[in-house]
Design a protein around this ligand. Sequence first.
Ligand SMILES: [Zn+2]
Length: 106
Amino acid sequence: MQNASQEYIAATLLHEIAHGILTYEKIDGSSAQHNEMFKKYRTEVAAGLKEMFPGIKDYADVLAYEGLDGTIWGSALKTVFPTSWNAMVVIMEAYRNGSKGTKCSK
Ligand SMILES: [Zn+2]
């Protein structure tokens, strides 16, 4: 996370907040929470990222997928649209390693 872009860090925080909400909603287990997160909070995470980083545009939707690739839908996406999935992985990695997005100043 040290080299990660601010966008990636924000996406991670929103993901963890969603975990907190789902725990509060008594949905237990990482896998169950990720499936629920995909359905209920993925678009919210993307909208939050777009609000914080207007220049992020459609990449917000990609970052909102981070951590959800093991869900039913993430697995289906990988299987049915591998080219799209691989493109998403490249974008996620670029935000993760800071080669894309806004870097922290120190
Ligand atoms: Zn998670």
